[in-house]
Design a protein around this ligand. Structure first.
Ligand SMILES: [Cu+2]
Length: 354
């Protein structure tokens, strides 16, 4: 899969490097102006953030936007701190060490359906429903392997984006979002070493089980063919879920820059730093000699780099439709482990405003 990432980055860097990609719309047509005197343009390909960033833009009064994102994440190998460890090095003969089972690879697919509606110029409402499909492969101390799977709806996220600042080519909004515990926290699966259907470990569950706050602030700017953005987002889990725990809170800082190659096409580079905590409390039905069942082996820090392309279709049958892709990989991760680290992720998206 590393070669896949390299291919993606090659494509993205070619897109940045080659003016040919800009096609028939010459960037020369874009008149250069003093940036601070130019109003923020909502109809550029890069007026939407790289597709992996959520709740990044607001709409004008009366506008509705529908969106669909497909996300894929591949997590492997295991880390203890910032060191990669083999699953074999963590497995012990029965009765000797803590682990009889080690996760070796986790893949998550997410379909995210979104809607936005702006009742006023200052407020945009946002709604997002994720549908998740997770699978985890394991190695057992006796050399056998097995996989577990869960799928279903995740936590429904909703709230408002409130414009707090707009001056010339820059603007900012507050992210006032929350999520409802619509995702299951009681997913089960057959675990061969246990010889039974049991409740699966924390990362295989589909929701937090708690009402969560997702406060944040987003700052955007444009200047000629460049644009940039910053977003600080947090997750605060309120109280404890029915199973007796609360997922660790997290903070994510996004910084990105984009270059407009034409009126339809832009490329982007994004850095994302995330820190998240261990689980507070525990689910007494989740257990077993596997690190994913330990609530104190869930936290970590990570720095990711992403390359992306936004395309805003200007004419033809798909005029007004936006398509985007963004792929990324960590450049640093430090995990309370053994815990599976991120290997790579990709987001494909479609957006259409009405
Ligand atoms: Cu929108």
């Amino acid at each position: 899969m590393k070669s896949f990432i390299q291919t993606i980055f090659l494509i993205l860097s070619l897109a940045i490097a080659s003016p040919l990609v800009a096609g028939d719309i010459a960037p020369k047509q874009i008149v250069e102006q003093h940036c601070s005197e130019t109003p923020y343009d909502h109809s550029r390909p890069d007026s939407h953030a790289p597709i992996g960033v959520m709740a990044d833009h607001t709409h004008h009064a009366g506008e509705v936007m529908l969106s669909y994102r497909y996300m894929f994440m591949d997590m492997r190998p295991n880390y203890v701190g910032d060191n990669e460890v083999t699953p074999q090095s963590q497995l012990s003969p029965p009765g000797v060490g803590p682990y009889q089972i080690m996760p070796v690879d986790m893949q998550t697919e997410m379909h995210m359906i979104g809607a936005m509606y702006a009742p006023t110029d200052d407020l945009t409402l946002s709604f997002m429903i994720p549908v998740l499909d997770k699978s985890m492969d394991h190695l057992v101390a006796n050399g056998t392997t097995f996989s577990t799977n869960t799928n279903g709806i995740g936590d429904f996220k909703f709230g408002g984006l409130l414009n707090i600042f707009e001056k010339g080519n820059t603007k900012a909004h507050l992210n006032l979002l929350m999520s409802a515990p619509t995702g299951s926290t009681t997913e089960t699966g057959f675990v061969p070493p246990a010889g039974a259907v049991v409740r699966l470990p924390y990362p295989m569950q589909l929701g937090s089980g708690t009402w969560d706050l997702h406060p944040g602030v987003t700052y955007l700017g444009q200047c000629n063919n460049f644009s940039w953005g910053m977003q600080l987002l947090g997750t605060i889990h309120l109280g404890e879920n029915d199973e007796g725990y609360s997922l660790g809170d997290d903070i994510t800082a996004n910084v990105w820059g984009a270059y407009r190659l034409s009126n339809s096409l832009s490329t982007s580079l994004r850095l994302t730093a995330t820190t998240w905590q261990d689980i507070d409390g525990r689910d007494r039905r989740i257990g077993g000699p596997v690190p994913t069942a330990n609530p104190n082996l869930r936290g970590g820090d990570r720095l990711d780099v992403f390359g992306g392309i936004n395309y805003y279709c200007r004419d033809g049958l798909l005029a007004g439709h936006r398509f985007a892709v963004e792929a990324g990989t960590p450049i640093y991760q430090d995990l309370n482990g053994p815990q599976l680290g991120m290997d790579w992720m990709i987001t494909l998206g479609w957006q259409k405003a009405f």
